[in-house]
Write a protein that binds this ligand. Sequence first.
Ligand code: SF4
Ligand code: SF4
Length: 704
Amino acid sequence: MHPTGDWLGPLPTWLLLWLLTLAAVAAFLGRAGRLVRLLRAGAPDARFDHPRERLAGVVAEALGHRRLLATRRYSGLLHLFIFWGFVLLTVGTIEHFLHGLFPGARLPLLDAWGPYRFSQDLFNVLVLVGVGMALYQRLVLRPARLTYNADALLILSLIGALMVTNLLASGARVALHPLAVDSWLPASQAIAGLLRGTPPAWQEALYRVGWWGHVLLVLGFLVYIPYSKHLHIVTAAPNIYLRSLRPKGDLRPIDIEGALERDEPVGVSRIEQLSWKDLLDTYSCTECGRCQAECPASLSGKELSPKQLILDLKEHLLHDETARLLARRPAADATRPSADGHSAPGEPRRALVGAVIHDQVLWDCVTCRACMDACPVFIEHVPKIVDMRRHLVMEASRIPPEWQKLFDNVEASGNPWRFPRHARADWAKGQGIPTLAERPDAEYIFWVGCAGSYDERNIKVSRALARLLDRAGVSYAILGREESCTGDPVRRVGNEYLFQLQAQQNIATLQPYMPRKIVTACPHCFNTLGVEYRAFGGAFEVVHHAQLLDRLVAEGRLRPQERLEATLTYHDPCYLGRYHDIYDPPRRALAAIPGVRLTEMERHRERGFCCGAGGGHAFCEERTGRRINHLRVEQALAARPQRVATACPYCLMMFEDGTRAKDVYEALPVADVAELLEQATRPAEPAASGEAAPRDAATQESER
Ligand code: SF4
Ligand code: SF4
């Protein structure tokens, strides 16, 4: 039974349905075509490799809602109901339209199949439950991460109305013309039960209201989707499929020489300089705010909100730049912005960097990647931010003075503080630590890093690690004066040119010593040497000291025996944890120390919280909001540990700065994993003379 066998005025209603459907589909396709043409204006990006891996991601993330359910279960569950309801009810909707457009047509297999009918009935109800939960969340719980606008409420109302009209039509049909398969329809049966006893004409009228209401809502939804935030219904799964499969810590390299030869700008200052995938990201944002709720910059009151950044890019693309991009007006039309960050005189459009996205928004990012790991549709915030920073640094020369100093120091001295190059290995003097010249057959190169070489606090970590390697019988040597900054901080700030110079220099230094393994105590060096140098010809096998120490303990080459009676919490460095999924080795190494009781902060492992040093921020003051390291120390204190451990020189510095500021420097000692393990593996003191042997100078130095 369907109402399209009738006439509406001079038109048969099936014809009216055809006209409405064609108009709605045409409107949808027109808008979709425009959106696709805009994508094509973006820069190239190869995203079609590894189809199986990509598809597996879609199954886990889009169909299985893995990320959505991993945290914030309430909103994950409500979305799961709505999503799967939509997927399954789409089959019912197609059936609905087939019946209307081709009166008498049936879907022979599905029509009378009870389980299929049951799923339709069930998911109508589950979607309504999901909509109710979403409304409760928006109207009562009101989490700060969500965007509160009429669009979201309109969409929820539309979805609810779609379900209500569908159930109404189904219930009225069951009341009017019961079928054998109706025993599979509990919700429709319940509605039919309510209608029994009412005049058939009423039931007929309700059926028509439900049927036509559903049809009109579906068509209205189709037209509205590409204009609303619910565009993600269409783009989310493709966006997940097309997600980056590059190593997480590998920023897009720029061919700087090529750009200079072609007189092309470097970095991103116009929306079309972002890749087409970056533009698809903007279409896919669900405005869920999960990125913002994890972002240390947002949570500490900075101007940056990763959600707003994506929405601002979308707004700029769809409102400021659509006409120019679709008219394929040459890039010269969009001149580089003036010094105040706004468009050059006579240029009507707003500059992407400066006006649409303020400089400070870009500088606020600590590149911790928490946003990207939280995003259910795999939007890539960090590469966009770094690309725009590159424009600020290499084109516009709008750089905070501390970072200009950082660049000058790295360029002049190969370290961020301008310590003399020749003093790089001074920390090792008198420690019996060999250089490669002295031990050319060493199995490992101990890459010390700038902090481990020059910073007083981290020199203790370097020495502790050297002693551990000695105790475990690991053959290693340092590069000494040959080592130079890997370029990680300057790259994250946006100085790709200087980074590439550092990369070339370090690769040239390391290559003659290969094949050897590299061990480092710095997660930033670990990432840069192991991942980023590959693009420049440096393929090195790099291990982080937490991994190596864990292995040496497991192999029995390090035997922690001295007790450390303490409840200890471990802080995950972003470039070790989130960027490399190294969560267990440092915890295992710590747990091997007798007496250690590990406790976790609320934000740990994948949800760890940056110390505030990433993205070059170890070398720049935080001028707005609260200091991120103070927040992190408060989070640590909430876990009530007696000590904090970490595995990154910058985390160590930021934590100690934070404990000093919070006046808990003595009460909450902070140490590197290597220091704690070194303490626990000290050889037993000789007792023959009955006197304790004096500790060597290096050991004393590692003690606080
Ligand atoms: S990388 Fe970290 S600081 Fe930057 S936007 Fe993402 S969550 Fe915020
Ligand atoms: S970028 Fe991702 S996490 Fe952030 S609001 Fe959009 S969809 Fe949500």
